[in-house]
Every structure is written in C-alpha cells, then in structure tokens.
Write a new protein. Structure first.
Length: 456
C-alpha cells in the first residue's frame, strides 16, 4: 500500500500544485484563498469517500469508467471512458511543457518543446519498469518534493507578520491599486481552482490490480492520499499568507511562492526550490503515465477498440510484468501532444474532470440503490451526503465556466463533444458487439469470457 500511496501522491503532485495552480487562488481571492482551500478540502473529502467506496467494490485498472459502467450501464461507462482517455493522454505533455516554464527563472531561454519531449520520453522509459521499481523511483522524487514544501513552510518560523484570525475574519483581495474585502464570488472562483489543485487521490485505483489485498487496502490508500495532499497544499498556503511582507505584491505576483522564498530565504534557496518543483512535475509525469498505461490495458482487455489493438494493449513485459506496448503508445501520443499549444491542451482537458466526478458521484448513489456496490469492502459514512456535496460543487463550477465566454465555455463545449463522440462510438460500434466491462465480473464471468486477455 505504501508503494501505491507514493504513486498516488506523485500524481497529485503537491509541490507543483502549490507553485503553479494555487497562485491562481491568491490572484482571484487574495487571503480569501484560505477559505477557498477549506471549502475545496470539504469537496475533495466527499469525492475521496466516493472513490474509496467504488474502488473497494471494483479495484480495477480502468478506474472511473468501470465504476460508472457497472452501476449505470455500458453507454454511461464508455462516455466516461472517452473523457478519461483524453485527460489521461494529455497530462504528460502538459507536465512536460510546464517544467520549462518553472525552470525559466533558473535556466533562461530553455527550449520548451525539446524539454517537454525529453520529459515524456523519460517517463515512458520508467513506465516500462516493474511497478515496484517505479514506486521507489517516485518515492525518492516525492521525498525531494516534500522537502521543498517543508522549506517553504519552515520560512514562517522567522516570525509570522499577521495572525490566523485576522486572515479568516477579514479576508482581503487585490483590486486595481489597493486591497479590498474579499467577495463571496471571488472566494467561489478560488474554490474551483482549489478543487483542481487538490485533485488526484482517486488515481490509486489505476494501480489497484497490483496492490496486495486490493479490495481491503485500496480505500485506505485513497484516504491517506487525501489527508497528505490536504496537508502538503494547505500548510504552504497558510504559511505564505502569514509570513509575506507585502500582501498586495504577493497577490499580484506571477510566482508568489517563489517570491516568498526569495524574500525570506534568498535567491539561491528560491532556485533550489524551483528545481524541486520541476522534479515534482517530472515525478507526476512518470506516475501519471504509469496510470495511463494501465487504463489503456484495461480498455484493451475489455475489447474496446478491436484487434489487433486490443491484443497489443494487453501484452505484458515478460520480465517486468508492465503493459509495455500500452506504455509506449501513451508515450508516443504524449510526444505528439508536446507539439500542440498549451492553451489547446488545457482547453481539451480543462473540464473533463467535471464529467468524471459527476459520473462517479451518480454511480455512488445509483450503486447503493440497485445493490451494485453491496459487495464493497468500504462504505462511505453518512451516505448520500458525499455524492450530493460533490454534485452541488460541480454545478457551481459549470456555471462559473459557462460565464467565462473564452476558455471556460469552450472547454465545456469540448468536454460535451468528447461525451457525444464516445456515445456515438458506443452506439454505432460497440453495442453491436455486446460491449461491457468484463473484468469487474470477478465471481461469475460472462459466457465467452475465456477469450478475454487477462493478467497472469
């Protein structure tokens, strides 16, 4: 379970979230970002409970599409499969392109696309190794990442400049030339950013088939990943708000955490932390490519694409037992994605998480009603509060994105198009074959299931 926890925390990548995503919360809501992080934490706790229950019912490498397919039917399952596919294959190039931006302050003029390609290729090579070896690799990188966050947190020991009650009772946000009281709308916008920053603890399910006693252990891995992610991202935000000399400069800075480290610890320490963040992004790319390969392995095992592709995706390395052809396919797609503009990559994947979260929230409710999740080893507390909290937060996020006529609305349209294309492929191609999620039928496989490729 420790190995799965390392891999899961690596995909949540707390350090890169703190340095790349959380600054958007400060720019949107100022010190109101603290309230936003608390609210986002509540939403992610609810989502983690959902993942924990559904993962313990189906500890399958396919992840969310299995959960939705086994509770809501194959059409809904394949719709989530399509959205997850886009999100999974686009993350490695996004991570690779992001590393260049982080290292720009340390190595000016660093070529973005060649660096991104190198990151994806290194991640692909690591993905070919045994999963236990990758757990140790990501564990070492994760330790470096945590040290960087610990450095940021320790800088407040020199003396906080303001109190916690002051931040909570009187939150302020940047305006044109001054600071004004933070508005509920701004805190709400920062909350949506916080949800994306904290996302990732459910990735544990992609590694569940290689986890000892997965039905009993997987929920524990998900919930521990949640707790550690909340600590690793919440504490640095609190520290920087307590200890920043000038809040207005902090809120308007492009790299507020880097500026804080430079002010309190010097430029050398800031450069070292920037390198640590780059390592965190590389670590996330490795872990996510591992998860993506296992997702593809599951889709091939469920005979989603036709031969010979399904057969190729199910081939395991004779020595490392890794789905090596699926890994290489993910790497090739990732390298191709490095040549696309970052804005397009974010547009295609930006709101896909909304559809996935909505799918599993509905799956948790419907699974309880029709008994599909009755065999789950973990049962979330106070059901159905958690899925309803998640759905309410998602409705709010959809409204905010739709009001953003530029990126937000276009991203919602792109996600809707992915769902429609996936449903079209299912109804015109897969339904005729009788497609459904075979691997999750553990006790009573369907007729003809002996032909389905399975992990030894």
């Amino acid at each position: 379970m420790i190995g799965v926890l390392f891999l899961t925390l690596s995909t949540t990548t707390p350090a890169s979230s703190v340095f790349i995503i959380v600054p958007g919360m400060l720019q949107a809501a100022g010190s109101g970002a603290l309230w936003a992080m608390l609210i986002a934490g509540v939403v992610l706790v609810a989502t983690a409970f959902i993942y924990a229950e559904l993962s313990s019912a189906w500890p399958i490498a396919g992840g969310e599409y299995v959960m939705v397919g086994r509770t809501m039917g194959p059409a809904a399952g394949f719709a989530i499969l399509g959205v997850s596919l886009i999100n999974n294959v686009l993350f490695p190039p996004v991570a690779g392109l992001g590393i260049s931006a982080v290292l720009a302050a340390v190595v000016p003029g660093l070529p973005q696309v060649p660096v991104a390609i190198g990151i994806v290729m290194v991640s692909t090579l690591c993905g070919l190794l045994n999963i236990r070896m990758n757990a140790w690799i990501t564990g070492v990188f994760l330790a470096i990442e945590i040290v960087g966050l610990a450095i940021v947190t320790s800088l407040v020991l020199a003396g906080p400049l303001r109190s916690l009650p002051e931040l909570l009772v009187h939150p302020i946000m940047p305006s044109a030339a001054t600071l004004i009281p933070a508005t509920p709308e701004a805190i709400g916008l920062a909350t949506t950013i916080g949800i994306f920053a904290l996302n990732g603890c459910g990735t544990a399910v992609y590694f569940a088939e290689e986890l000892h006693e997965a039905p009993r252990q997987i929920a524990r891995a998900v919930l521990w990943a949640l707790v550690l992610t909340l600590l690793c991202e919440g504490l640095p935000l609190l520290v920087v708000l307590l200890g920043a000399p000038d809040l207005q400069a902090l809120f308007n800075a492009a790299n507020p955490f880097g500026m804080f480290v430079a002010e309190r610890g010097g430029s050398l320490l800031a450069n070292l932390v920037a390198i640590g963040v780059a390592i965190a992004i590389l670590n996330a790319a490795i872990a996510f490519l591992l998860a993506c390969a296992r997702f593809f392995y599951s889709t091939g095992r469920d005979m989603s694409w036709g031969n010979p592709l399904d057969a190729w995706l199910c081939v395991l390395h004779p020595r490392h037992s890794s789905p090596w052809i699926a890994t290489i396919i993910c790497g090739v797609i990732g390298v191709a994605g490095c040549f696309l503009p970052m804005s397009l990559l974010l547009l295609l994947s930006g709101t896909g998480l909304i559809a996935v979260y909505a799918g599993i929230a509905l799956a948790a409710i419907i699974g309880r009603r029709n008994g599909a999740t009755a065999h789950a080893h973990y049962r979330m507390p106070l059901h159905p509060i958690a899925p309803f909290v998640t759905l309410a937060a998602l409705v709010y996020i959809v409204i905010l994105n739709w009001r953003d006529v530029g990126e937000g609305r276009l991203s919602l349209i792109a996600t809707a198009a992915q769902i429609m294309l996936s449903l079209g492929y299912y109804y015109f191609v897969l339904r005729r074959r009788g497609w459904h999620v075979h691997r999750s039928l553990q006790a009573h496989p369907p007729a003809g299931a002996d032909a389905i490729p399975r992990r030894p």
